[in-house]
Design a protein around this ligand. Structure first.
Ligand code: AMP
Ligand code: ZN
Length: 469
C-alpha cells in the first residue's frame, strides 16, 4: 500500500510499526460553532482510510481530538455570558451528530484538551529541563525552535527564510521571545478566561502542545499516521513534531497525510472569510450519503469545489449503485434456482477483477475517485449479467460484493429495514445505561446504529427524544 507522505513529498510503501496494526491521529475541530462542510472533508476522508485498513484486517487505533480551549471559544462564551465549557460541550455534541449523519464512525478515543492538562504540564516541564523551552518574565513558556535542528522538515521551510519573515516581531521590542520563531507552550491567564495552575503561572496551554500530548498518551511515542487538512502543515504540525521529537527523542509519526481544501467558487471555504456552509445547512438540502459520495469523488489531495452541479452528479452516481442493489434484491425474491451454475461461477471469478481494481485504487494513496469507478464497473457488470434466471447464490454474492466495497467508502447502498418503536426504545435505554456507566464508546455506538437506521436522537432536559429521519 502506498501513501503520499508530506514529509518526503513522495508516495511511500506503508509499513506499520506493529504488523497488522495502525495507530493514527487526526487533528479534530475547535468547537465554538457548528462544523462547516470543509471541516467534514478530513473527517470523511480519514474515516474512509480507517475503514479501508479495517477491511484489510488491520486493527486500527484512531484518535481524534476536540480542541475545547481556545480564543474563539472564550470569545463566544463571553458574548453569550456563559462558561466556555458550556460552549465546547454544546458544539462537541453537535459535531458528533453531524459526524453520525455523515456516517463518520466515532474515533477509538476523542480526547479533549481541557482533560489532558496534567500531561501537557509534564511535557512542557521536560522540554524546559532538556533546554528546548524557556520561561519568559511573565510566565509564558516558549519552545526554543532553534534547539530542534530538524525544524521545517515537514513544511520544507528553511529556518532563515522564516526568520526573515518574522524579524519585525523582535524589532518592535515588545516581544519577550529569544527568537521570533519561538512559539507558545503555555501562556498566562487573562481576566475572565479559564485557567489552570502551573509551575510558571496560572494560565492555559498553547494550541500545538495538546496534540503532542494526546497522541503520546493514547497511541504511544511513535505512531504510524498523523493527519489533517493541509492548512495544518505549518505551523501546527511542524510544531507538534518539534515538541514530540524533542521531548521523546523518537520519530513522532511515520506518515503525514494532508487533505486539500474544499472550496466554494474556487475560493477556500472558511469561517473567517464568511463563505461557508455548515454541515447542518447542507443536510437540509442533500442526503448525507450524497455529501459523502461527493467528498470521495475526488482524490483527497486535490482541491474540491462545492457546487450544485457536482452535488447533482454525486446524487446520480449514488443512485446508480442503490438502484443496482435494489434490482438485485428484487431478482433475489423471485429467483427459482438456489445453486450457482457453471457459467455464474465463471462470472463471479471474472467479477473479482473489479474488487482487485478497487483495492489497487485504494492502495495507490487512497484514490477514492478510481475506487468508486471500480464499484461502477462492478454495478454495470451485475446489471448486464443478471436476470430472471439468475440463481440465489449468484445474486447474493454480487450484492454482497457491491455492499462490501461501498461500505469501505462508508456508503450505505441498501435501505435497512426500519426498527419498531419498542426496539428503538430498548436501544435508547441501553444507551442511557452505558452513559451512566461512563461507557461512552458503547453509547456512541448505539447512537450511530440508530442513526444509520434512520432514528435521530435528541438529548433534552426532559430526557431523550427520538424521531424518524
Ligand atoms: P479547525 O476547526 O479550523 O481547526 O479545522 C478542523 C479540520 O478541518 C482541520 O483538519 C482543518 O485542516 C480542516 N479544514 C478546515 N477548513 C477546511 C476546508 N475548507 N477544506 C478542507 N479541510 C478543512
Ligand atoms: Zn493537532
Amino acid at each position: 500500500m502506498k501513501i503520499y507522505n508530506t514529509l518526503s513529498k513522495t508516495k511511500e510503501e506503508f509499513v506499520p510499526i506493529t504488523p497488522g496494526e495502525v495507530r493514527m491521529y487526526v487533528c479534530g475541530p475547535t468547537v465554538y460553532n457548528l462544523i462547516h462542510i470543509g471541516n467534514a472533508r478530513p473527517m470523511i476522508v480519514f474515516d474512509t482510510v480507517r475503514r479501508y485498513f479495517e477491511y484489510k484486517n488491520y486493527k486500527v487505533n484512531y484518535v481524534s481530538n476536540f480542541t475545547d480551549v481556545d480564543d474563539k471559544i472564550i470569545k463566544k462564551a463571553m458574548e453569550e455570558g456563559v462558561d466556555s465549557s458550556e460552549i465546547s460541550e454544546r458544539y462537541i455534541e453537535e459535531c458528533k451528530k453531524d459526524m453520525e449523519s455523515l456516517h463518520v464512525r466515532p474515533a477509538t478515543t476523542h480526547p479533549r484538551a481541557t482533560q489532558e492538562i496534567g500531561g501537557m504540564l509534564e511535557m512542557i516541564e521536560s522540554l524546559i529541563e532538556k533546554g528546548h523551552a524557556y520561561v519568559a518574565q511573565d510566565g509564558t513558556v516558549y519552545f526554543r525552535v532553534r534547539s530542534f535542528r530538524e525544524y521545517g522538515k515537514l513544511s520544507h521551510k528553511n529556518l532563515d527564510d522564516l526568520e526573515g519573515g518574522k524579524r519585525s516581531l523582535l524589532v518592535s521590542g515588545e516581544d519577550q521571545k529569544e527568537d521570533p520563531l519561538d512559539f507558545v507552550l503555555w501562556k498566562p491567564k487573562k481576566e475572565g478566561e479559564p485557567y489552570w495552575e502551573s509551575p510558571w503561572c496560572d494560565g492555559r496551554p498553547g494550541w500545538h502542545i495538546e496534540c503532542s500530548v494526546m497522541s503520546r498518551k493514547y497511541l504511544g511515542e511513535e505512531i504510524d499516521i498523523h493527519a489533517g487538512g493541509e492548512d495544518l502543515i505549518f505551523p501546527h504540525h511542524e510544531n507538534e513534531i518539534a515538541q514530540s521529537e524533542a521531548a521523546n527523542g523518537k520519530t513522532f509519526a511515520r506518515y503525514w497525510m494532508h487533505n486539500a481544501f474544499l472550496n466554494i467558487n474556487n475560493k477556500k471555504m472558511s469561517k473567517s472569510a464568511g463563505n461557508f456552509f455548515t454541515v447542518r445547512d447542507i443536510l437540509e438540502k442533500y442526503d448525507p450519503q450524497v455529501v459523502r459520495f461527493f467528498m470521495l469523488s475526488a482524490h483527497y489531495r486535490s482541491p474540491l469545489n462545492f457546487s450544485a452541479e457536482l452535488m447533482e452528479a454525486a446524487a446520480n452516481g449514488l443512485e446508480r449503485i442503490v438502484t443496482a442493489v435494489s434490482n438485485l434484491n428484487f431478482l433475489l425474491e423471485k429467483a427459482g434456482k438456489e445453486k450457482l451454475s457453471e457459467k455464474e461461477a465463471g462470472l463471479l471469478e471474472e467479477a473479482k477483477g473489479f474488487t482487485e481494481k478497487f483495492e489497487e485504487a485504494m492502495e495507490d494513496d487512497f484514490n477514492t475517485a478510481d475506487a468508486i469507478a471500480a464499484i461502477f464497473e462492478l454495478v454495470k457488470f451485475a446489471n448486464t449479467n443478471t436476470g430472471a434466471d439468475s440463481s440465489v447464490a449468484f445474486l447474493t454474492a454480487l450484492t454482497a460484493r457491491i455492499k462490501e466495497l461501498s461500505d469501505v467508502c462508508g456508503l450505505v447502498v441498501e435501505k435497512e429495514e426500519g426498527l419498531l418503536d419498542d426496539e428503538v426504545e430498548a436501544l435508547i435505554e441501553e444507551r442511557q445505561a452505558a452513559r451512566k456507566a461512563r461507557n461512552f464508546a458503547r453509547a456512541d455506538e448505539i447512537r450511530e446504529e440508530l442513526s444509520s437506521r434512520g432514528i435521530l436522537l435528541e438529548d433534552t432536559r426532559e430526557g431523550v427524544k427520538w424521531k424518524r429521519a
